[in-house]
Design a protein around this ligand. Structure first.
Ligand code: PHE
Length: 466
């Protein structure tokens, strides 16, 4: 059989694949989401569970997802159908691809709104809006901003247009090259911010919060009511930590699968997965190490929610020498990190429209982009006029985030693990992964037993089975 390739093209090299996949993984999840959910869920113990999930579920599932993509060589929906047929099982496995398309669509609808915030903050930083503002001023600025639906809509629209332009041109042009320069720059800037955090006098407190586990906080949700602490059993911090491992590594929805389908044969899937996961984790930990000292030094609330980085980092930019330049650079890089993730969120849908509906990339992009954009209104309103609209006690944004990151992605990941570990013939995966006997044996054991069981146990714990 001659080697199969994707009709959408192929990455030029191993490095190109790693850059694109790292561009997908590193994004708002690392810098915006990781700190605020860590703050809301009590710190250390949450971080530990997240790191365990990255190692025991994230990396093995990433290898499986890349492998399925590269063997299927099509959009996730068609790849799953083709793989299922060639392993002699039901083609309904294509539903896994569909759930990924839906998840990517819903995630992008709120991701783009938050990326719009970052874009707006670039202009605040350039104009010196944070200078000498202090924590209260910064918070007031943020509250005023998210309270204005028209402003949020404008920035969301700009970000969606930017995303769809790149998607329309094809994943290989433009952004792939930009990421080569911007990812290392983001890394350096985070180091500078950690350097500033060292000077705040609360660095130790920040590190303690991030790395000293308090397991009580993981199992019980405590609130102080009338001066008394009330604790109730809650399984959700563990589920949120696991969901985040999937979210931050772009797993469980086909983004990494579709990128894998453009990967040249002969590139090591295991090695690439480790590089991507390590880079992603480092960025998240650095962001945490920069943010929490600033939170504690200024008497801010770690559990402030989705506004956390927008309410803390500007305080630092407003006080540090060169803050205007660093602030501008930081938000520019954050926008680029979000941009390179956003394109991977719609790529599975666009690839499918091109394959099955015969659309051009441009039409497919405009079409998907429009619906995602419209769906973004739910998130925009949940920060202002729709603040009090609740379903199951959650705002529109919280609901979208919970449904996708904590339910759809882990379930998608579970199915990927089951397909790779139990449906696919061992010989097929051995051939595709092409690793040493020991490495393969280890992955095989983990993907068959450890990863699926962990996901199941966490789900059962979250719904209160034990
Ligand atoms: N991994 C991205 C981030 O951390 C988000 C993402 C999730 C991208 C799922 C693609 C698929 O920001």
């Amino acid at each position: 059989m001659s080697e199969r390739t994707s009709i959408h093209g192929q990455w030029s090299s191993r490095l190109a694949f790693i850059l694109a996949a790292t561009g997908s993984a590193v994004g708002l999840g690392n810098i915006w989401k990781f700190p605020y959910i860590t703050g809301e869920n009590g710190g250390g113990a949450f971080v530990l569970v997240y790191l365990l999930c990255v190692c025991l579920v994230g990396i093995p599932v990433m290898m499986a997802e890349i492998m399925l993509g590269r063997r299927g060589r099509q959009s996730p929906i068609n790849a799953m159908e083709w793989l299922a047929r060639s392993e002699g099982v039901s083609p309904h496995w294509r539903l896994l691809g569909w759930s990924g398309v839906v998840a990517g669509f819903l995630i992008l609808s709120y991701y783009s709104v938050i990326a719009g915030w970052a874009l707006a903050y670039v202009f605040r930083a350039v104009g010196g809006a944070f200078e000498g503002l202090g924590p209260e001023g910064v918070k007031a600025l943020f509250d005023r901003f998210v309270g204005d639906p028209e402003a949020l809509l404008a920035w969301h629209t700009i970000f969606m247009v930017l995303t769809m332009i790149v998607v329309a041109r094809g994943v290989r042009s433009g952004l792939e090259r930009a990421v080569t320069l911007l990812m290392p720059a983001l890394f350096v800037l985070l180091l500078i911010l950690v350097g500033y955090a060292l000077s705040t006098g609360a660095f130790g407190q920040g590190l303690d919060f991030l790395f000293k586990p308090d397991f009580g906080k993981l199992l019980f949700h405590c609130e102080v009511v009338n001066g008394r602490e009330h604790c109730e059993f809650s399984g959700s911090p563990v589920l949120i930590a696991m969901g985040h491992a999937f979210f931050t590594l772009s797993l469980g929805m086909g983004a990494i699968m579709v990128y894998g389908s453009y990967m040249p044969k002969g590139v090591s899937i295991a090695r690439s997965s480790f590089v991507i996961a390590i880079a992603d984790t480092l960025v998240a930990l650095l962001a945490g190490m920069a943010i929490f000292p600033i939170v504690f030094a200024n008497g801010l609330e770690p559990g402030a929610g989705p506004g956390l980085i927008f309410q803390t980092l500007p305080v630092a930019f407003g006080a540090m020498p060169g803050g205007r330049l660093f602030g501008t650079l930081f938000f520019v890089l954050l926008v680029f990190a979000a941009w390179s993730s956003a394109i991977s969120l719609v790529e599975p849908a666009v690839a499918w429209l091109v394959e099955n509906r015969g659309m051009s990339r441009v039409r497919a992009s405009v079409w998907t982009g429009f619906w995602v954009w419209l769906c973004g209104l739910v998130t925009i309103f949940s920060f202002n006029i729709g603040r009090d609209w609740r379903l199951w006690g959650k705002t529109g944004f919280d609901l979208l985030d919970y449904l996708t990151a904590n339910i759809m992605l882990p379930l998608g990941g579970l199915c990927i693990a089951l397909f790779a570990g139990w449906v696919m013939r061992r010989a097929s995966s051995e051939d595709e992964l092409a690793m040493g006997r020991l490495g393969f044996g280890l992955w095989w054991g983990v993907i068959r037993y450890v990863s699926p069981l962990l996901v199941l146990v966490v789900f059962m714990h979250a719904i209160g089975v034990f």
